[in-house]
Design a protein around this ligand. Structure first.
Ligand code: SF4
Ligand code: SF4
Length: 396
């Protein structure tokens, strides 16, 4: 169960010391033990204290207390943070690093300088993702020019004995870029006896905006999603993207029904006795997205789901404790560090012997697939539910 959110106001009307007591209190909970350092991907690469969780907390505390100015160097160390939250898992003092860094990013955003390319990139990404229905309209047009592909919308009735109604969270970019996963999720749920309802007015989860210093937009999107799912009689809302899931799970107040990763729901679902999965004699390596491991703690669910495929060997990808470098828009804003982290993943995939990589986050899937394609390495990267759906007879 997530703790209550830190609710310091931002963007600030002034920067007087007493405006941000909760952020300062959170930073003060760090006892500087350093136990988080070996878990931090950026520190492991640079070995620079300022690129570690402890160093960043020190810098944020100094900023909040006006002991250091908002210099490009300081901002650079904060920007290099992936937001993977591996440090939170390792911290004996339970410092809520993710909320702290997001709060500080929102606080400094009005006062920081950005190159015009970054300003343009942020506007395009943040404005389009916060209007997913417009994005979807553009996607339909593009698809219509190639081949028709139905959007995920409406209500999908259960097959056989009805076991309940499940809500499906679409995401913003993923409803276009990863529609196959969403259709596969609907297929598997229906086959097991669960009807699926797609709340029509749901929007982006707000993760990109919250992690990028645009908390007012993030809060508006959270309000819109709360309204979109209110009044629907759902036993659960499932998502197929751990990045979205971590944000939805931390909404305060929460959505009208519990939020669960699709693999976690399916691993414990009923109805498996009424379906047949075709055998698949191959090794499938599971890539565990950071927010699944460090926030949702549901990283075991894809293994349990994939083990339902007869003949498949399910293994953990080496280096699952380290971020792949996708991290929202990080691969675009910090390409050098993202490339180094991707390099490690590609090497791990090559030595795994796996024919397929299963990951529960579409951003990671895209990042890994791009890296593999660039090297001509023929390994398929897809969501666990897509793989299970295919073995149940689902075709695009
Ligand atoms: S969120 Fe990840 S990258 Fe950022 S300080 Fe924590 S461990 Fe390091
Ligand atoms: S483990 Fe926690 S208390 Fe220790 S240095 Fe890291 S953030 Fe601070």
């Amino acid at each position: 169960m997530p703790q209550a959110m830190i609710h310091d106001p931002h963007p600030p009307a002034s920067t007087s010391d007493d405006r941000f007591p909760l952020l300062r209190q959170e930073a003060a909970r760090c006892v500087a033990c350093g136990l988080c350092l070996p878990h931090c991907p950026t520190y492991r690469k640079t070995l620079n204290e300022a690129d570690s969780p402890r160093g960043r907390i020190f810098l944020m505390a100094a900023l909040l207390e006006h002991k250091l100015p908002l210099s490009p160097q300081l901002v650079g160390h904060l920007d290099l943070c992936l937001g993977c939250r591996a440090c939170e898992n390792a911290c004996p003092s339970k410092v809520r690093y993710g909320q702290l860094v997001d709060g500080v990013r929102a606080w400094i955003e009005p006062g920081r300088q950005r190159p015009w390319r970054q300003i343009l990139l942020r506007r395009v990404l943040f404005d389009t993702t916060s209007r997913p229905r417009l994005l979807q309209g553009a996607g339909w047009l593009l698809r219509a020019l190639r081949r028709p592909s139905p959007p995920v919308a409406g209500t999908y009735p259960a097959q056989g004995a009805a076991r309940g109604v499940v809500g499906l969270f679409l995401g913003c970019v993923a409803r276009l870029s990863d529609a196959e996963t969403l259709h596969a999720a609907v297929f598997v749920l229906n086959q097991l006896g669960y009807a699926v309802q797609v709340a029509p007015r749901q929007t982006c989860c707000g993760a990109l905006h919250d992690h990028g210093g645009e908390r007012e937009t993030a809060q508006r999107l959270a309000r819109e999603n709360r309204t979109a799912f209110a009044g629907l009689d759902l036993q659960v809302i499932v998502h197929a993207a751990s990045g979205c899931g971590a944000t939805l799970a931390e909404y305060t107040p929460p959505l009208a029904a519990p939020v669960l990763d699709i693999s976690a729901f399916l691993a414990a679902a009923e109805g498996w006795e009424q379906v047949t999965l075709a055998p698949l004699e191959q090794t499938i390596a599971v890539h565990e997205p950071c927010l699944s491991r460090n926030v949702l703690h549901d990283q075991d669910a894809p293994y349990a789901l994939l083990r339902r495929i007869p003949g498949a060997t399910i293994t953990a990808l080496a280096g699952n404790d380290q971020c792949c470098g996708a991290a929202g828009i990080y691969a675009l804003t910090q390409p050098e560090m993202a490339g180094k982290l991707l390099r490690d993943k590609i090497d791990d995939i090559k030595t795994s012997g796996a024919c397929t990589i299963a990951t529960s986050n579409p951003g990671c899937a895209m990042h890994l697939a791009n890296g593999l394609r660039a090297e001509g390495w023929k390994v398929e990267v897809l969501h666990p539910v897509t793989l299970v759906a295919r073995q149940m007879g689902y075709t695009k």
